[in-house]
Design a protein around this ligand. Structure first.
Ligand code: ADP
Length: 265
């Protein structure tokens, strides 16, 4: 393997949907933070992994949840053997290392986290650590990337305009059919026939939405179904487990989705 091949092998596969890679690269060079919005399982995390590798930056990912506080991101004093030691949280570590820091589902985090994010998202690019009195200046390699899923429709959990307007925004959706097919072939080692079939299933299922489903079938679920089928599970059982039961707990809705699966297979 040549050096170039090795470098490319280390970059996670990502099938581009539009020109998001170019926009992201420009944002990185201009030291601007980026907001990725789109439904779950459409490739946002993979995109960030791909871009971090392409830009040669380390990546620190935080999955945000409703208990996540500013201290979880910035750091805290830990007590051990009678003395206290400062321990950096993931955000402080990313700033010190000049890494990409990806806050997945940022709206889930407690509101006090936005206070620490704001000075990092404007020209100052600083992270004040109140507890230690430090003021970290982010190096050029640092970039803040956050994602959120506008489809959850939780009004309380939307990003405030004052926060979102600090970010360059990139909208994601499920890829168009030929791109999604390529992803399934690559990620699940599926044959072109199997990948085409799964994309056809996705198209049919996505038409059904908005009734009883909170979310529809994602590229991730199609990849999982493909992997199960490639591993030897029959198509209907694989789709039931990876797609239908993953999408709903409701018996009638599951039966309706199952009918679509059976029509495709
Ligand atoms: P999200 O972060 O939007 O929830 P992920 O990035 O975790 O979604 O994507 C889930 C899986 O779907 C990935 O692990 C990958 O297998 C596949 N995938 C989705 N979109 C793409 C894409 N554009 N390129 C490559 N793989 C993709």
């Amino acid at each position: 393997m040549s050096a170039t091949d090795q470098a490319q092998a280390a970059i996670p596969f990502y099938a581009e949907q539009a020109d998001e890679c170019r926009v992201f690269e420009h944002a990185f060079r201009q030291r601007l933070p980026v907001l990725l919005k789109g439904p779950t399982g459409c490739g946002k995390t993979r995109f960030v992994e791909h871009m971090a590798a392409r830009l040669g930056r380390p990546l620190i990912t935080v999955s945000c949840h409703d208990d996540l506080t500013a201290a979880d991101l910035v750091g805290r004093f830990l007590i051990g053997d009678g003395n206290t030691v400062w321990s950096d949280g993931p955000l402080a570590r990313a700033v010190r290392q000049g890494a990409l820091c990806y806050l997945d589902e940022v709206v889930e985090a407690r509101k006090d986290t936005t206070v620490v994010l704001h000075p990092l998202t404007d020209d100052r690019r600083i992270l004040p650590i109140e507890r230690t009195g430090e003021l970290l200046q982010a190096p050029p390699g640092f970039m803040l990337v956050v994602s959120y899923n506008p489809g959850y429709q939780n009004l309380l959990k939307n990003l405030k305009p004052s926060t979102r307007q600090r970010f360059v925004a990139l909208g994601f959706d499920y890829p168009v059919a030929d791109v999604e097919q390529r992803i399934i072939e690559k990620e699940a080692h599926a044959s072109p026939e199997l990948a085409t079939r799964l994309v056809r299933l996705a198209t049919a299922l996505r038409r059904l939405t908005d009734q009883d489903l909170e979310e529809t079938v994602s590229t991730r679920l199609l990849v999982v179904a493909g992997r199960l089928i490639v591993a030897g599970l029959d198509e209907r059982t694989a789709c039931r487990a990876a797609i239908v039961d993953a999408l709903t707990d409701d018996h009638d809705t599951a039966a309706a989705l199952d009918e679509v699966v059976q029509a495709v297979w």
